[in-house]
Design a protein around this ligand. Structure first.
Ligand code: URA
Length: 433
């Protein structure tokens, strides 16, 4: 086979065979195919897309480029969740213990964040002593004992995706639904879960800007998951304003604890309960999502979900005093209010602008080498649909910096106001199950 012939085939929109796609991925992973040929191939995919069969072949080839985690030593049906990422998205911190409190094994490998705020691992590391690197034996043992462990990615999962993603990032080929779908699904499939619940977000603060694009991506991922033998469900959810109130690592852990205590923000609690209901049904621990929802809500009310979070933190070396008293978590030296300069209804809160403002405070990384300031961030005080009087507090900035002028201006810019009443936005637009 010659790479030039395969590039040409894709450029003429002729379907590639599974063998051809495997050859490309193997060759690129082994560094036999140079970046310039791979870039050209990727650009042809951006323009011509991929058929369903090609997407599955690409995903499988990327899965097979590295280790596939064997979770068979964990009893029960393992269900994982993946979010395409959003501002204030701390759902994994709540979902893990909540679903585990229903007896569903949650063996989760998470990532760090690049951009607005940290990823799940960074947020967990705001708890003193929390170990997020366990070897596979301890990981499996912990899940069998307490049903929950969240760790950093171990082993060599889908290395082809790692190389391809780095190349896409610098060749203008990230925005391709087949490439995004196979990239995400290759990592999820290699991580070994039997069932996968996807939260595909769209809007200003998300990867997908429109509902239509998010739907195409969600359908592609559900089909890949099913064809690869994993039960897969995808949610389409709004990211036109941050989720919950808190943006920033320890601030999000605090909000997660509040939610596990049954006192979380309504949008966050609802999304978590809905996602968790599907995870519980995929794990065959409830007959349907309505039943699961009622049982899960009770776990938030009766403290069992919070207890599971404490068990998990203790098992991974974290300080549970900080869970019992979240004021002991890292905090910023200064809390500043951002005051509304006009009266009206909040029409929109640009999640991307809020995310960037949080990153400027030090809550996220602009480059992989940056360190995160765990205690800083933003806590919204007004959400879309609320009425605001001039002089009310729109949000609070938690900062360790001397000058917050720029961040205050960013937050003012993120809030769009109108004189007419505004409905609260829909949170869940569709569930592809
Ligand atoms: N996240 C991924 O893991 N891969 C993509 O291609 C885009 C987002």
């Amino acid at each position: 086979m010659r790479m030039t012939d395969l590039i040409s085939k894709k450029r003429h929109n002729i379907e590639l065979t599974t063998t051809e796609i495997e050859w490309i991925i193997k060759g690129y992973t082994n560094k036999e195919i140079p970046d310039y040929q791979m870039s050209s191939f990727l650009m042809a995919v951006v323009f011509n897309g991929m058929t369903k069969a090609e997407q599955l072949a690409l995903t499988q080839a990327m899965v097979n480029s590295g280790d596939v985690i064997d979770l068979s030593a964990i009893e029960g049906i393992k269900v994982d969740k993946h979010s395409t990422g959003g501002v204030g998205d701390k759902t994994s911190l709540i979902l893990g213990p909540l679903v585990a409190s229903m007896g569903v094994p949650v063996a989760k490998m998470s990532g760090r964040g690049l951009g607005h705020t940290g990823g799940t691992l960074d947020k967990l590391e705001s708890i003193s002593g929390m170990k997020i690197e366990l070897d596979m034996q301890d990981f499996v043992k912990q899940v069998n004992e307490i049903k929950l462990s969240i760790i950093g990615q171990t082993g060599n999962l889908a290395p082809a995706d790692k190389y391809l993603y780095a190349l896409r990032d610098v060749t203008g080929t990230v925005e391709s639904i087949p490439l995004i779908a196979s990239s995400i699904m290759s990592k999820k499939i290699a991580a070994g879960a039997d069932g996968i619940v996807l939260d595909v977000k769209f809007g200003a603060g998300a990867f997908m800007k429109t509902l239509d694009d998010a739907k195409v991506l969600a359908k592609a991922m559900v089909e890949i998951g099913r064809d690869a033998g994993r039960e897969t469900v995808a949610f389409l959810t709004d990211m036109n304003q941050p989720l919950g109130f808190a943006i920033g690592n320890a601030l999000e852990v605090k909000e997660a604890i509040e939610t596990l205590n049954g006192r979380g923000p309504a949008d966050l609690e609802e999304l978590v309960l809905q996602l968790a209901s599907y995870m519980v049904v995929l794990a065959k621990k409830a007959a349907n999502t309505e039943q699961a929802y009622v049982q899960l809500k009770e776990k938030l009310r009766n403290g069992e979900a919070l207890q599971k979070f404490k068990d998990f933190v203790a098992a991974q070396g974290g300080d549970i005093n900080q869970i019992e008293d979240p004021n002991l978590l890292p905090s910023a030296s200064t809390v500043l209010p951002v005051i509304a300069s006009q009266t009206g209804y909040v029409e929109k809160i640009d999640a991307l602008k809020i995310g960037i403002a949080a990153m400027k405070l030090g809550a996220g990384r602009a480059t992989k080498e940056d360190t995160i300031d765990m205690g800083v961030g933003i806590v919204l005080n007004k959400k879309v649909g609320e009425f605001v009087n001039m002089g009310d507090v729109l949000a609070y900035i938690h900062t360790n910096q001397a000058d917050s002028t720029e961040v205050i201006a960013d937050i003012h810019q993120a809030y769009e106001m109108t004189e007419s009443p505004v409905c609260s936005p829909t949170l869940i637009y569709d569930i592809i199950a």
